[in-house]
Design a protein around this ligand. Sequence first.
Ligand SMILES: Nc1ncnc2c1ncn2[C@@H]1O[C@H](COP(=O)(O)OP(=O)(O)OP(=O)(O)O)[C@@H](O)[C@H]1O
Length: 330
Amino acid sequence: MDILFSNISKEYQVKKRQDNPFLNFFNREYESKQALKNVSFQIKKGEIIGYIGPNGAGKSTTIKIMTGILKPSSGKCCILGVDPMENRIKFVKKVGVVFGNRSNLLWDLPVIDSIHMMQKLYDIPQETFSTNFKELTEMMDIKNLLHMPVRLLSLGQRMRCEIIVSLLHNPEILFLDEPTLGLDARSKIAVHQFIKKINEKRSITVILTTHDMNDIEALTNRVIIIGKGSKLFDGQFKAIKDKYKKIKKIQLEINQVEQITSITNQIKQQFSPDYVTVIANEIVIEIRDETHEFEEFIKYISKIKAIGNYQIQSLNIEEIIARYYSELDI
Ligand SMILES: Nc1ncnc2c1ncn2[C@@H]1O[C@H](COP(=O)(O)OP(=O)(O)OP(=O)(O)O)[C@@H](O)[C@H]1O
């Protein structure tokens, strides 16, 4: 087992807020805020795990505990047989970390300098370094960027370099925190393809936190969902998608706008849609395509003269996950 996260809780101490801002300044009273509540999971070698949840759910706290930046308040975290807090030197040589909003590169210097710094820092033997350098720079297609100062790279180019730098010492686990944040579609695909390739080639375990569901779709099978500090789901992403695959989103274009309210009300009365909203001259309805009701609904709207075109779509991946989060009340 690569990662054992067992009954981990984490409380932060935060200053108690006073109504009077002046008293707030002098206040020395603290209260505890629970960021993780008894979270447990295990991750096997070679898995790619999506660790997801809404803002403030506890993802960064989990990653910080797994990478030895934070100590849990209780519970046991064991990564590749070591406690990341206790044996720092042994631990950092076994893992790679990429934070989308923080850089491991030397800002004003050419990329190649950061690469050589990593070699020194991690004490990477020359032979391993040369093989890895050649393989990774070719795979990620960054040869033409090596002599450019980091500050001149685009976000997508920099992210490719960040990932390479994190892999030079042959880590067994790669932690990726929002690796595609702010990237355009093509750069995202390049990052996805590279992570997949490196996972297949080296059996490297990947822990990925992201708000971008395309990352999850492209890279992972298993997802762990965390909400308000608790683990709420651990399983195949497909199971969540399947749960909503019967829901259809229908956009009705209304030609006679003055009738839009009465049509909306009629639909609500006659059918039991999951969701109805009006946007400009359109009514958007979500209804399940699993009963007779859906056919009835289509027949019904076909007869209403005020309705012009209509489109039927399945929920996209972002809509599915937003819906799942609201069902979990997180
Ligand atoms: N240093 C800190 N001191 C006090 N509270 C904190 C601290 N860091 C995080 N928290 C709180 O702990 C909870 C979990 O935060 P965390 O950053 O782990 O969430 P997250 O899932 O990574 O969120 P996001 O997606 O917004 O980055 C939040 O309520 C946050 O306000």
